[in-house]
Design a protein around this ligand. Sequence first.
Ligand code: ADP
Length: 211
Amino acid sequence: MSEPIDSARKPAILILGAPGSGKGTQGAVLAQIPRFYHYSSGDVFRQLDTRTELGRKFVEYSKRGELVPDELTIQLWASHMKDLVTSHRYKPDIDILVLDGIPRNQDQAKMLEDHVEIHQVFHLSCPNRDELARRLRKRALKEQRLDDASEVVIQHRIKTYEDETKPILDYYGKEIRCDIDATQSPAKVLYDILAKLQTLEAYQRIANQTV
Ligand code: ADP
């Protein structure tokens, strides 16, 4: 994997949830608040030029509803973060990184450990698979996403989440985990996230800085 971007571990929160649980919606809203930077691994993958080797790999894996191999995923993350720091769009000493869609398994979590310190995991919980699938089918109509268009792929993504991603909750442990009912309205989900955020020491430290 690439060299660390710098020696300090970046303060971060992680939004974890199944496809359709609303991670992207919440991440995008948080990104509007000063001192938060939203990194959506799915969005960064989708922005890749599909003529590149990595762009082709992404299409190959995502259209089957599978995860892109870890090394490639983390390398993309590291190089994207480096660009953001260099261009001052993300300031690692005063911004909280909102991780959405990464890490997605335990190996990725370990690979990120030297680079980020996750202060809180927001688990957007939606045990009802039918509701998740309904949301993804609705999204397929609005956004051109190959992986939302097929029922088989949707079910495979939900299963991949349950088998590979959900176990990360145990990896991070109960102390930093906050379960949020993802079947509530987007505004109420945001309300719950913000309520918990206020109590975080890492957030208070950053929010109280004068910049
Ligand atoms: P969703 O959570 O709705 O499934 P994302 O936009 O987060 O969608 O991801 C879309 C696809 O991008 C995934 O199915 C996977 O193929 C790829 N992907 C995104 N993040 C990762 C990751 N951390 N590791 C491996 N593959 C990823």
